[in-house]
Design a protein around this ligand. Sequence first.
Ligand code: HEC
Ligand code: HEC
Length: 416
Amino acid sequence: MPKNKIVSCLLLGLMYMACEGPAGTDGAGTYLTVSPALASVAAGSTVLIAVSTQNGEDNDYTWESSDTDIATVSNGTVTGISEGTAFISVKGQSSGANTNAIVTVTNSTRSDYSFALDIAPMMTSDNFWFPGADACTWCHYANNEEELHSKHVMDLGTYEGIMRGADPDPDTYEDGHPLFGETETGDTDYDWSNAMLKSRLRNNRMPQAPAWEFWRDESNRLGPDLEFVDGHAQPIRPIQYTSWDDPDNVPNALGLVEAWVADLKDGGDLNVGGDDPFSYGGEDNLTFNNDVLPFFTDGSMWFDGSTSCVECHWGNIEESYHLMDLSSYDGFIYGADGGEHPVLNGTKTALGSTDEIDWGSSRIKKRLRDNRMPPDAPFLLSEENRDGPDVWDPVNGEIVTAVDLIGLWLEAGASE
Ligand code: HEC
Ligand code: HEC
């Protein structure tokens, strides 16, 4: 385990006792937020950290610095003393909830962004993205999965590692999936708004409320195993997930949706409707309306107690989340956000023909199988936690979101 992880896990241990993380759909449970949660100041300068109590009330807070040789704190005002990193912890007097901010002190005022000071702490610190969040580097700490078991052969804690992307060749470190939207790893045409890392930080896996459980072994990612009763697909009850290791032979919910999408693409007619038959799992008379749609319109289809998608996505109107209608064939073809987010591919223009269908990048596939990172982020229907905590932009001297700071760093050339 890297050394900086040991420090932050000690802090985590201390924090768990006092800090009740947000729980449930809307983050019920008292917790503190700080703004900025990450800051960098020059020795001799100060930065003011604001704190607020969520789902509770505190009139007073106590502040403490993990290392007063590096930074001191008084009432939220942090003063840089000497080069290094200090954790500034704050505790609500009545709620007992507590959290911390990460402050790095530099010798002089900064004019550039840097991976080490601005980005690495977001990946290597516990509790950064939300209270109770694990550091990314608990699971992604080396470009090696075989012997070191680092998930997706990914190393998010070092500059070289993060630039190699996900699932690179473990011997050559080449051919990783780019995290920052660049064409290939090593290229510098970063495209943060379409970057894979950005969507993993912001996009919740669906359905939510109550959330999909995160399984580190990934085995529930294809949805429940299926059986066919009177020629129709339904989850085996009680729900079980054994398909991950043998997806071609164990029918599963995601495989069913994929088979329908492939048949639709092959057919060449976007308006064929929901009653056109397709085959999957040895059955030839499956249809969108009979077999696929219930996975979106009924509850308890993905896990016990899973919410029906149409509770939130029921029409192409503003009141329905993302103006998305998952209740009918036409809604699936039309997509989200006024058609600009087709669910059957990952582009940002309305679906024009079956040629444009692309299961691999499809929004529906990603939302059903990809967990938001770090796992177990509280799902806020308001979406207000999607861009991560506030952080300090050391170049422009203002507060921005964590996700936006990564974008600023990339725009400035993504320096070490
Ligand atoms: C507890 C372990 C754990 C932690 C902590 C964690 N991840 Fe992951 N991560 C996984 C697993 C397992 C997967 C694959 C399964 C999934 O997506 O549900 C994954 C997948 C990913 C992927 C997709 C890789 C690919 O090839 O598609 C990215 C990117 C990612 N994580 C980034 C992060 C970031 C950034 C953080 C921290 C903010 C983080 N992860 C924290 C376990 C973790
Ligand atoms: C409790 C409400 C709720 C439920 C239930 C729900 N969603 Fe969502 N969905 C949201 C919210 C809120 C967002 C946007 C915020 C986010 O991603 O965290 C969203 C985003 C999405 C998006 C992205 C849309 C876009 O414009 O990019 C897709 C696709 C999606 N959901 C599919 C589903 C599917 C499929 C199900 C059921 C299996 C489902 N959702 C269940 C609330 C919900």
